[in-house]
Every structure is written in structure tokens, then in C-alpha cells.
Design a protein around this ligand. Structure first.
Ligand code: SF4
Length: 652
């Protein structure tokens, strides 16, 4: 244990922010959960308790709105918030984790709840809503400053440990700071000092209100990553000016703006620690404790940041969503048992179901309701299929105490994750397959590879329960959603492939390709990038009105387009395939435009797969319990496959 502690001695050492002692340097920085919209309740509290139990040093609660024109998060503009804070503290106080509150107003980014125009520095329409905001009058500025101060006073009254003012990411205060969004000609616009005035007044008012009761800090973006926006030199000047004026007790440095959201929450196409080249110079420019963040996935990575003197604390969000016990497991030397965040942004940012979830951790958002309970009796459970749904079901069933055997037809575990990890910039997806395989080994699951178990095998084994996780297969019958009743002529030609073929076998001698996307997610993008990397000209054809619209909830659509557009890449939207010929594809318009011929000696079809559920059909009624999971139940995305696996493992 001692060796482990010294290994992480930097990040696990305590630090003081003003008079508050933080037990270690890991900060769960503020992020929206969707659990506090109707007030702080059991789901919100249970989510935070799981991270407190897991050893987080400091949590900064998600945005708390300071004024009725703000939208979202915790509502801190009146005293009704105090009841929720009291409930929260009752649960969290037994843990050493300290609790700060982030105070926020989104400005032009959101329409106020009453439908009125958003408030901002200048009348520049929001890129998100297109709404024209009103430029705040001086009396409205005064009202907002008072709102921040009153909200901070509630934080003190509630007994929380600190307050952070959100001045980054293109929200209201950033809209004043940034020359991109502040075009005012009064005392709040123009010069650096004038653009800083609003934030200064907020901090002065907050400090007057809280006196020395709690630390006060600020979160800024090191660089807005937009032309004409704030850059690192501006942020250093902001940070040093605030520090010199004695207005901040800590500094939290992030990146990006809602104009370029992919930089705020970079996905797995950004490198680990992608913010650091810009955030560290800002963090190092001040003497108060500074926090940095941005795809920090392990305690080792965090420890390195502290050891190098790049920052005083390290922010983690997604890594702690994927595994709330990351800190405690790593401190015990059980790093391999930390469930990895795969940087997909699907469950946490994209939010199937409207609130926070996680692709790899089915318990996220259900901490108050679900848990892995020991089985009442040990049963013999047979899992057929070693993809993510099958592995997760085997993991949960074994964790509950069952005797589990898993049969996989191929020579390795992983299912479609083995394909995903072959695609450009998506290799990280495979980490969850590695983790599941490692957990199955730890739990003593009997894994039989290279065996395509059929109904006879299952019945001969006489299991108490069978989980069928036999996955899906791509269609090769020329089906497309827009013209479902007649197969695409030429779909059977030898140069017509599926994405699976291309991931495994490459493009062969082809020089130009059509990638036809009938889904709208990442799969077709990955194929297109693989073909571009192989030197082909790619024409991307989709029935959808945009390229990969299903990536937008995860905020990855923009970054994908930025990569594709400068390359040897064309696209046609609102389209269908009328015919495939040996050297070209005839592309039709869904809305009556003229057909066009696109040269292609390779055609890659990306559509909805067919479930492979024959085994479940054969077993019906002949085994005490049969559970169908993942693509075999219905081909969907990874988060739902893993959630199916969890449910089945909990149900046997
Ligand atoms: Fe990480 Fe994906 Fe889970 Fe988000 S949904 S925390 S990116 S694994």
C-alpha cells in the first residue's frame, strides 16, 4: 500500500484553498446531470454520494442559476434551494469530500424560461437558438451582479464549502469578457478593463456578501478556440488581474466556447489531456491554487500533472462518471479494475433518455434505485455471445454469485467493439471490451472461445438460465430505408461491401468509393475516414438531411465535419441509391431532384443490422429462463447493449 501511496503521492496529497482543506487533488468539476431541474432530489444526491464514497477530493456542483432569466441546473435565485442543499449535505458530510457550488448565467445561449429574449452583452444572436438577445442595460447589469451575490450568500447559508463563478465557455460573463461577443461602447465594452468590469463587479459583490466565510474562485476558458475570441494571453491577463486585486482564492481553467463546443468536452478524437497545452500556461500564471481538466482518465495522468507543477488540482468528470471509484481503486493499487471512460460522449453529453447516463456504466443516474445485489441462490448461467452485452451480463451475473459460462463463436471477446477499435480515432472504444474481459477473468467466469453454441449444446448443459447475446449481422440484400420494397439494383455485385468488410479487409485496389449511410451515426464516418486514409476519393451519400446527425447530441458532428471537409471528400444528403453499377452509383434525390452518377469502384453500405436471435427462438420454453440482450434483441448502440447486459445479469 505504501508503494502505491508514494506512486500517487502528489495527487493524493491534501491542499488548502483559503481555509478549506481538500483531502486530495482530484476535483469533480461542474457538469450538468439533468437531475436537479426540479430541485435537488434523491437521484442527484445518490449520484454525488457515489463519487464521494469513491474518494473524490472536491466536487463542484453543476451550474446554479442566479437569476430567473437563467436556465437549467440548480435554481439558486431564491431560498427554495436551501432545502435541497440541506438534504444533500446530510448525505455527503460523512465523507471527506469538500463541496463547492458553481454560479452561472448562460446569457444568449439559452432562451429564458418565460420565453423572453435572452440577456447578453450585445445584440448578437445565439448560434444555438438563433434568438436575438437584448444588450443588458446598466440597471440589468446591477440586477445580475446582485443575483450572483445573493446566490453566493445562499451557498454560505446552506453550509457549502466554496463558490465558483462560471466565466468561461461562452456563457454570460464570458460574453462580456470576449471581444467576439462584446461590442458595447459604454463602460462595459471596448478596452480590456471595460470588458472585465462585469466580472470584477460580480466578484466584488460576492466577496462583500460572503466575507471570509468560504473561498471564491472563477472558471475561465484558456482560449475560446474561435476566431476573434479570447486567447491564452487574454486569459492570463484576466487571471493575473483578478488575483492581483485579491478577488479570487482559486482559478479553474478550461477550454472552448459554445461556438466550438467540441473543445469544451472533447471526445475520443481529441488526445488525452487535450486542453493542457492551452490551460497550463494560464494555470501557471497565478499563485492561487489552479485546476486544469480535459480528458484526464487516470490517477497516474493526474499525478503527473501535479508532479510537473502544471496545476495544483486536476478536474475529472467523465472518468468519474464511468467509474466513481477511480480514486479509491487506484489508491489501492487496483488500477486495472477502474472501468474506463471511452470518450464517446454518448451517454453523458448525448443523454439518451434526457438525463445523464454512461455508455459503459449502466448504473449512472440510477444510483438511488439500482445496485448489484447478491443472488438469493447460486445458479448455473450460460451466456452465449461475447460482445459487450454478453460480457456485461456475464460480469453482473458472476458478481452476484452465479456460476457463469460464456461461449463465444469467434476466437476473441469483444463482438463489434473489435471492429470499432480498428477504425480511425476510435480505438479507445475497445478499452471497455478489455476491461470487461479482465473483470470476467477476475470473477472466475468460464470463457469458452471458438464455440458457436447451438440449442443442443445449451440443452445438454442444462443451465438454470441462458442469456442470448448473439449479436447481429449486416444486411447484404440491397435494403434501404427510403425505398424499402425494392432492393437496390446491383447490390449483389462483388464490389459492394459492408462496413464490417472494410474494417477487416481494407479497400483493396479501389480508388474511389461511395459510402452509403442509412443510420446517421459514427459507423459510416469511420468507414469514410478509413477509406480517405487509404487514399480513395470518397462520396458520402445519405438519406438524412445532414452528415451523421446522431453525433450532434454528443457534440461530435462538428469535429467530424471539420476533419472530412478539407479532404478528398464529397457528400450528397437527402439522397437514395437508385442503382449500383460496376464503376458507378446512380444517386437519386428524395425530394425530386435529378439523379446523378457518382464514380465508384467500391460501395460500402452502412444500414441497420439484422438481429441474430435464432438461438433464443429455438430455446423458447425449453430452459427455465432465457434473456435476450444487445443486438440480438434489437440492433442499437453500445450504451443500450451494455444496459441490456446489466439488466439481464441482474435478472437471472
Ligand atoms: Fe465516458 Fe462515454 Fe461514459 Fe461519457 S458516456 S463518461 S464519454 S464512457
Amino acid at each position: 500500500m505504501e508503494a502505491t501511496v508514494s506512486r500517487y503521492g502528489h495527487v493524493l496529497s491534501p491542499i488548502r484553498i483559503k481555509d478549506v482543506e481538500i483531502p486530495n487533488r482530484i476535483v469533480r468539476t461542474a457538469h450538468g446531470t439533468g437531475f436537479a431541474e426540479g430541485g435537488i432530489g434523491p437521484d442527484f444526491i445518490a449520484y454525488h454520494e457515489a463519487r464521494a464514497r469513491g474518494g473524490v477530493g472536491l466536487t463542484i456542483l453543476e451550474i446554479a442559476s442566479v437569476h430567473p432569466t437563467a436556465q437549467g441546473g440548480i435554481k439558486a435565485w431564491d431560498d427554495s434551494v436551501l432545502t435541497g442543499y440541506a438534504d444533500l449535505l446530510k448525505t455527503l458530510r460523512p465523507y471527506p469530500m469538500k463541496i463547492f457550488q458553481q454560479l452561472f448565467h448562460g446569457g444568449r445561449q439559452f432562451v429564458p424560461p418565460d420565453g423572453g429574449p435572452p440577456w447578453s452583452a450585445s445584440p448578437m444572436p445565439s448560434p444555438g437558438t438563433g434568438e436575438m438577445p437584448l444588450a443588458m442595460s446598466v440597471s440589468q447589469i446591477d440586477e445580475m451582479v446582485a443575483g450572483f451575490a445573493a446566490a453566493a450568500a445562499r451557498v454560505v447559508k446552506a453550509g457549502l464549502d466554496g463558490v465558483e463563478i462560471h466565466a468561461g465557455h461562452g456563457y454570460l460573463i464570458c460574453q462580456f469578457l470576449s471581444p467576439y461577443t462584446n461590442h458595447r461602447e459604454d463602460d462595459y465594452g471596448g478596452s480590456f478593463e471595460n470588458r472585465l468590469r462585469f466580472l470584477r463587479q460580480i466578484l466584488e459583490a460576492v466577496r462583500r456578501e460572503v466575507r471570509d466565510a468560504i473561498p471564491v474562485g472563477v472558471r475561465i476558458s484558456a482560449d475560446e478556440c474561435i476566431e476573434g475570441g479570447l486567447v491564452v494571453a487574454d486569459s492570463i491577463r484576466i487571471a493575473q488581474t483578478l488575483e492581483a486585486a485579491g478577488l479570487i482564492d482559486f482559478l479553474n481553467v478550461s477550454l472552448g466556447s459554445l461556438m466550438n463546443y467540441t473543445k469544451v468536452i472533447g471526445g475520443n478524437d481529441e488526445p488525452l489531456g487535450y486542453e493542457l497545452p492551452m490551460s497550463v500556461p494560464v494555470a501557471r500564471s497565478v499563485k492561487v491554487p489552479a485546476i486544469v481538466a480535459g480528458r484526464i482518465k487516470s490517477l497516474a495522468q493526474a499525478d503527473q500533472i501535479i508532479r510537473d507543477g502544471d496545476a495544483d488540482l486536476v478536474g475529472m468528470v467523465r472518468a468519474l462518471i464511468a467509474d466513481p471509484e477511480l480514486v479509491s481503486k487506484s489508491a489501492r493499487g487496483e488500477e486495472s479494475r477502474v472501468r474506463p471512460c471511452i470518450g464517446c460522449n454518448q451517454g453523458c453529453v448525448g443523454r439518451y433518455g434526457g438525463h445523464l447516463g454512461c455508455t459503459v456504466n449502466a448504473l449512472v443516474g440510477r444510483e438511488a434505485k439500482a445496485t448489484v445485489r447478491p443472488a438469493a441462490e447460486r445458479r448455473r448461467v450460460m451466456v452465449v455471445g461475447g460482445g459487450p452485452a454478453g460480457m456485461e451480463s456475464a460480469r453482473v451475473a458472476a458478481q452476484r454469485g452465479h456460476e457463469v459460462t460464456l461461449f463465444e463463436a469467434s476466437a476473441a471477446l469483444g463482438g463489434q467493439l473489435r471492429l470499432a477499435r480498428l477504425s480511425p480515432l476510435r480505438g479507445e472504444m475497445g478499452e471497455i471490451a478489455d476491461w470487461l474481459a479482465s473483470e470476467l477473468a477476475q470473477l472466475g467466469v468460464d470463457i469458452r472461445l471458438g464455440i458457436a453454441a447451438d440449442a443442443t449444446d445449451v440443452l445438454n448443459s442444462e443451465p438454470d438460465a441462458v442469456i442470448v447475446a448473439t449479436g447481429s449481422r449486416p444486411r447484404r440484400d440491397g435494403y434501404q430505408i427510403a425505398i424499402p420494397l425494392s432492393p437496390i439494383p446491383g447490390a449483389g455485385l462483388p464490389h459492394v461491401k459492408t462496413s464490417w468488410d472494410v474494417f477487416v479487409d481494407g479497400a483493396g485496389t479501389a480508388r474511389s468509393a461511395v459510402v452509403f449511410d442509412d443510420v446517421g451515426h459514427y459507423e459510416a464516418i469511420a468507414v469514410a475516414e478509413q477509406l480517405l486514409n487509404a487514399g480513395l476519393h470518397v462520396t458520402f451519400v445519405t438519406r438524412l438531411p445532414r452528415i451523421a446527425p446522431l453525433l450532434e447530441p454528443a457534440r461530435m458532428e462538428g469535429t467530424v465535419k471539420r476533419r472530412l471537409m478539407p479532404r478528398d471528400f464529397d457528400f450528397v444528403v437527402d439522397a437514395c441509391l437508385l442503382a449500383i453499377e460496376p464503376d458507378k452509383v446512380v444517386v437519386g434525390s428524395l425530394y425530386g431532384g435529378r439523379p446523378r452518377s457518382v464514380p465508384a469502384d467500391l460501395v460500402v453500405m452502412v444500414g441497420a443490422n439484422l438481429p441474430a436471435r435464432e438461438l433464443a427462438d429455438q430455446l423458447g420454453g425449453r430452459v427455465p429462463q432465457v434473456e435476450l440482450v444487445g443486438d440480438a434483441l434489437g440492433p442499437r448502440f453500445l450504451q443500450l447493449a451494455i444496459a441490456d447486459g446489466f439488466k439481464a445479469g441482474a435478472a437471472v
